[in-house]
Design a protein around this ligand. Structure first.
Ligand code: NDP
Length: 245
């Protein structure tokens, strides 16, 4: 039996891409998955699929920029299953552009979803996990958390921030039974690049997308971190395609 059997895992941004494949994989391993995103119809279709395969899933409409909605999904997971073993702060957006294009609304959206969203996940999750005396934060950053690439200054800044916040969280709560993992994907098949409006950034992404990893490659890394015994903290995982652009 999988170590994840019966575990309760909240996943943000589960309506597509990495969140979706991770929800499917965790449910197939016997976890109860509590999935959130803004597009509820996509969550419903995914949940129907998971249930048809015998999995356990609960859905909740979620905008991670709204703290009270993060608190609601955590509360729902707790009241439904009596515990929360892990939260995967996965929701993210990536409308890339050069800084000089001054796409300020897009900068703000990335800051709100990618940084505030993760902070809201921590704010909603930490009191629950401290009270339980166990829990696991999995925060999804990016290879952009280690190096800035063309047209990605603001996106990378948000991911550097996620890396810093994750590291700080681990330092603060180590020894309290709560684990903290940073998962940093390289280019991966998903809907992430669809929101790019800048032509230069679109062209660059076309090249990257040729070598994209399947989203399941990232889900496998997440499962690896989650499956470890309670005393093992997998701090950081970086997953890249083998081929270089
Ligand atoms: P997708 O665009 O396929 O998935 C992003 C998810 O985030 C969607 O489910 C979307 O759902 C959700 N989301 C966006 N905004 C919000 C919001 N305000 N509140 C709640 N959910 C939201 O992309 P990926 O699967 O690729 O992205 C997952 C994570 O992986 C992101 O953090 C991304 O930065 C990171 N990543 C991805 C890489 C890649 O190459 N794909 C590489 C490195 C990192 P909805 O619109 O329904 O709300």
């Amino acid at each position: 039996m999988s170590a994840l059997n019966g575990k309760v895992v909240v996943i943000t941004g589960a309506s597509s891409g990495i969140g979706e494949t991770t929800a499917r994989l965790l449910a197939s391993l016997g976890a109860h998955v509590v999935i959130g995103a803004r597009r509820v119809e996509k969550l419903e279709a995914l949940a129907a699929n998971i249930r048809a395969d015998g999995g356990s899933v609960v859905i909740q409409q979620l905008d991670v920029t709204q703290l009270e909605q993060m608190q609601e999904i955590m509360g729902m997971a707790q009241s439904r299953f009596g515990r929360v073993d892990a939260i995967i702060n996965n929701a993210g957006v990536m409308p890339l552009s050069p800084l000089e294009a001054l796409k300020i609304e897009e900068w703000n959206r990335m800051i709100d979803v990618n940084i505030r969203g993760v902070l809201h996940g921590i704010a909603a999750g930490l009191p629950v996990m401290k009270k339980q005396g166990f829990g696991h934060f999995i925060n999804i950053a990016s290879i952009g958390a280690y190096e800035v690439s063309p047209t990605a200054a603001v996106y990378c800044a948000t991911k550097y921030a996620v890396r810093a916040i994750t590291d700080g969280l681990r330092q603060e709560i180590t020894g309290q039974g709560i684990r903290v993992t940073l998962v940093s994907p390289g280019v991966t098949e998903s809907e992430l690049a669809d929101s790019i409006t800048d032509n230069e950034a679109k062209e660059i992404m076309k090249e990257y997308r040729r070598i994209a990893l399947p989203a399941t490659a990232i889900s496998n890394a997440i499962v690896y971190a989650l499956e470890q015994p309670d005393h093992v903290d997998v701090s950081e995982l970086v997953i890249k395609p083998v081929v270089k652009v």
